[in-house]
Design a protein around this ligand. Structure first.
Ligand code: IPE
Length: 263
């Protein structure tokens, strides 16, 4: 069965500037289109980001850099807090799917992944489902790292890379953004920023979007991750999450408004 992997960016589902500010209406607009994708015979996997449920506290306590012996006790508290905040966000996301009649199974990375970056350890087999099964949902998370570092932040974008490359039958990987139609040639809030319709990793872009708040790398990380997937998957796109029908256009027609990532 053709498989579609969708990342709901933290900037789409939360207001990144306000601690734990959910944008429920954005999740509610996306889920019916995901249902259309499932109903058209696709297995779907959903990964969501953290936004203000993860980045603010993680940045404050340097969680992406691992254990700092000078503030270990505070960091331990922050790890517990971010994990609990992420679970709270995950419950919000899941409740929207359940409300629209879609069965889900939550698979938090803290329970199955170790290490960060694209070479994290963890078995992805639990994500291989058929369209009639509950759809697996996971997210960017604080995960354990063996050794002195103790913990780190595993981005949902890195999970996308591994799934896109390693799982069978993946026909599309879609990254939904909260602030733009796709990759722009400059910060999206600047007048004159225009959409890059096709992007290949060799093309430089100006760092933009959320680099001030993100602990995991913002739009550049997404573009780089997407480009790694494009070597194995035909349809890899950065899309405007506020125009969710574009996901369906990619899946059914292979064409839409957004940035198609080329290999
Ligand atoms: C970050 O995950 C996880 C935490 C900060 C705990 P992502 O990198 O996938 O999140 P977004 O999409 O940038 O918010």
């Amino acid at each position: 069965m053709p498989r579609v992997i969708i990342k709901l960016g933290g900037g789409l589902i939360t207001d990144k500037s306000q601690y734990k500010h959910l944008k429920a209406e954005c999740i509610e607009a996306v889920v019916p289109i995901i249902k259309d994708i499932i109903d058209s015979g696709h297995s779907v996997i959903v990964i969501h980001g953290a936004g203000s449920f993860g980045h603010i506290e993680s940045r404050k306590w340097g969680l992406a850099d691992g254990c700092n012996p000078d503030i270990e006790a505070e960091q331990d508290e922050a790890v517990t807090k971010v994990r609990s905040d992420m679970l709270e966000l995950n419950h919000h996301v899941i409740s929207v799917f359940e409300a629209q009649g879609i069965d889900t199974e939550s698979l938090p990375p803290r329970n199955w992944a170790k290490g960060v970056g694209i070479s994290f350890g963890g078995d992805l087999a639990a994500f291989i489902r058929s369209p009639s099964d509950a759809i697996p949902i996971t997210f960017g998370d604080v995960v354990d790292i063996p050794g002195e570092q103790k913990f780190g932040i595993l981005s949902g974008d890195h999970i996308m890379v591994r799934m896109g490359i390693e799982l069978p039958d993946v026909i599309a990987c879609l990254f939904l953004l909260g602030d733009a139609d796709g990759l722009m040639d400059g910060p999206p809030w600047e007048p004159g920023a225009t959409l890059i319709e096709q992007w290949i990793a060799a093309d430089a872009i100006r760092a933009s979007h959320d680099s001030d708040t993100d602990v995991t790398g913002g739009i550049l990380l997404k573009a780089e991750c997407a480009s790694m997937i494009a070597s194995s998957v035909e349809q890899v796109w950065l899309l405007n999450g506020h125009k969710p029908k574009r996901m369906l256009e990619v899946v059914l027609e292979g064409e839409t408004v957004g940035t198609k990532i080329l290999n």
